[in-house]
Design a protein around this ligand. Structure first.
Ligand SMILES: [Zn+2]
Ligand SMILES: [Zn+2]
Length: 286
């Protein structure tokens, strides 16, 4: 049989998140720019994720639960298994992808380039981002001026290292001892949540994607639980909700597992709910 007659090898199967994003692009072409960027970022991150080792830390369940009960996020910066040449690659290529999809200002792009080229500056900048860009009781405060405004980019570049840690730790604890609105693993803020069929709510970390149980209604940012000052509304199909707080004027989006045809996929759902962000801003949330 001639070579050209051989059947083509099956296409390498794509991760489900990318399959869902491609479908979303067909259903909602107005989101194409954001979807194309996210697909590119996922592909970059997967290249690195496959070689990130497990974090060097004691994963004894009882020890983890004791730290959680004391209100201390589990993962110290020194324990994040960062390979600095991989991180430099991710910082640069994330900036390139964001520039291609018009998601970064030219001035910020130049700042990122300078940061990634300077082996002296990158590690302290990343530590500063990790330790400062999170609320009390875990840390808090403003990030250093040289990375201010670059947080979303650094978050994407750090994602493979942090998600590896989240995988390792969530195999050992469900974070039931943790009663705070910020992440029990890395201290980051939630930017999404999932409601289970039993109507429990889990918050999802914007940085490491760890999930932890939290009060069904209370605001994770200011802990307001006064029902008359909390607003909630759903998308028409019932798949997503928005929980807004009228005290601190912030909000969290939710994937409602009671009305969904699949599991939550934070990177997909964050984009599918961009119209919900617009609705929140219109109502005065930030
Ligand atoms: Zn986290
Ligand atoms: Zn609040």
């Amino acid at each position: 049989m001639a070579v050209r007659d051989r059947p083509a090898p099956p296409a390498r199967s794509e991760p489900r998140e990318i399959v869902e994003l491609r479908q979303l692009r067909l259903d909602q072409p107005e989101l194409a720019q954001a979807i194309d960027l996210q697909i590119e970022l996922l592909q970059l991150q997967r290249r690195v994720l496959s070689r990130v080792p497990l974090p060097a830390m004691n994963l004894d369940g009882a020890r983890l639960d004791a730290m959680l009960a004391a209100g201390t996020p589990i993962l110290a910066f020194e324990q994040v298994p960062i390979d600095w040449s991989d991180l430099r690659f991710l910082v640069r290529s994330t900036a390139d992808a964001m520039r291609t999809h018009e998601a970064i200002e030219p001035d910020d792009f130049r700042r990122v380039e300078a940061l990634s080229r300077d082996p002296e500056r990158l590690p302290p900048a990343i530590r500063n981002w990790y330790e400062k860009a999170r609320p009390v009781p875990a840390g808090g405060g403003d990030v250093a001026p040289d990375i201010a405004g670059l947080e979303p980019l650094l978050l994407q570049a750090m994602r493979p290292f942090l998600t590896r840690c989240a995988e390792a730790v969530t195999a050992r604890t469900m974070f039931q001892e943790w009663l705070h609105g910020n992440c029990p693993l890395c201290g980051g803020e939630p930017d999404f949540s999932v409601i289970t069929p039993a109507a429990e709510r889990f918050l999802i970390c914007s940085r490491c994607t760890a999930r932890w149980p939290f009060d069904q209604l209370a605001c994770p940012f200011c802990l307001n639980s006064d029902r008359s000052r909390l607003t909630s509304f759903a998308t028409r199909d019932g798949m997503y909700r928005l929980n807004g707080c009228d005290v601190c004027e912030r909000y969290v989006k939710a994937f409602d597992g009671r009305h969904a045809r699949r599991m939550v996929m934070p990177v997909v759902d964050a984009i599918a709910t961009l119209p919900l962000d617009a609705a929140a801003v219109q109502r005065g949330y930030r």
